[in-house]
Design a protein around this ligand. Sequence first.
Ligand SMILES: [Zn+2]
Ligand SMILES: [Zn+2]
Length: 529
Amino acid sequence: MEEEELQEKEFFSWEEFSVFFDAWCERRKALFFVKSSMPLSKCKWATAPPRPDVVEALKYSSVRLACKDFRGSSKPDQGGQQKGCSASIVLKLSPNKDRLIVIECQLVHNHALCPIEFAYYFKKGHLLANSCLPVRTTNRISKKFVGPPDVRRLLSYCKSRDHGVLDVLTVLDGLFASDPGAKVKLVFMEDKVIIQTIFFLSSCMMALSRLFPLMLFFDRMVGLNEEFDLYSVLCVDGAGCGREVAYCLTRQETPDVLRFMLASLVQSVPEVKLQVRCVTLGVEIAHLEAVKELLPNARVQICRSQVLEMLFSKAQELGATEDKRIWPLLCRLAAAKSPAAYQEAVQEMKAILPQRFVRYFLRHWQPRSEMWVQFWAFETARNVNACELLKQHQSRLLAALSPSPTVAQCMMDLLAMQEGSEAQELDERELATHYRAICKPEPAGLIEEELGFARHSLYHFQETAEGYLLRDGVSEFTMDRALTRCSCSIYTSSLLPCRHLFATRLRIGVALFDPGLLHRNQAALLSAC
Ligand SMILES: [Zn+2]
Ligand SMILES: [Zn+2]
């Protein structure tokens, strides 16, 4: 008898029960869900409470599982109303508080158990998945920005390390402690306590996107771990380097990440909406129409070298012979400097590549030629090499990330990389040596002191019509566009570069050693200069 198999059965962890019960349901094609439960962590004890490791393992002091059809259903094709099914199972903590015992089980359903319906609804592991936070909370949190109080509240609920949720919350708590202005979205899988997506950007990243909104780059990092993908949005800083302005960690196969990420970026930094003029995407990114919808002034480009590599491997796949002319031809195609040159290359393609490939090309890549052929490329004064920039970003990520990191570890690595990228660019001692070489000892000493303050303070930046505005929480300082003058008393009294000039230069990638900073104070210079 089925009841006998379950009645009085004991389990020493919720996981043990979940695994057992999943298999049990699969054999019977029965669908159960947790109708009510009492978490152990919320119990009050008259006698000694169970040990913490037991609380962690068992999770509940009581659980009632009910048949999916407990409410009944009305299926018109089966002639009218069906009464609710009363099949149910109850588990309770044992009197000596070390295991869960099935104390009640009623397994007679008032309906047939349908294998097709079972296959459709059954999700292996769902009992385990729902055991950490109340699903109501995670559903509410999803799709909006979470703040420090949300994270602390979630942390107070979260008593188990399941699915890395606790670890992620702990990282977020740390992020908010050091950067209360950081923006974070935490999306849970519907009705589960499993993280689907995390979007985040720090205050510094927001400042960068405000300063350099003209061109953005969006790409996916390949091979983060088995479950998650990492997407980044980059901008180009004053020194022409790619800088991260937003990250998104999301489960593989999550649809439409581009739209979600751009929308979240615009919600975080509304100013960029109309300022972005060009977005360059990795070749495999889909739903490009999201760019126009969210950034109406931006045009879409696809990374040319990625298109090139993709076309080349597609040609092999579609039966191209080994022909030394193919690669150079594709290169000429992508690098065409006029419509005529492009057309010429297309004609040549028809001669040396298989028809199947040509058809594929004409269907997928010809209509989008404006997005990847050099002639139609987004013209910029700074002549940024998009492909190189994305490649550099990939290798920076590979160097910074632990091998196959968990989501929490990955976030920590990325945040450390952000700090590291500034630390790397700022070698105070070396800079001070350069200044000593051209300045008298006293002003050189003052400059060194200011260099020391460039990194440690939390400044807020803003670009203005005249140059830059920097807030340190107490005062505001204005700087000219060339970043050689500041309104602060340090600068105005000494005419020597101050911490604000250095901090702003550091953030936006302008050289920190710059003799131009001393033009207004010739007296500070060594006579040899
Ligand atoms: Zn039933
Ligand atoms: Zn200053």
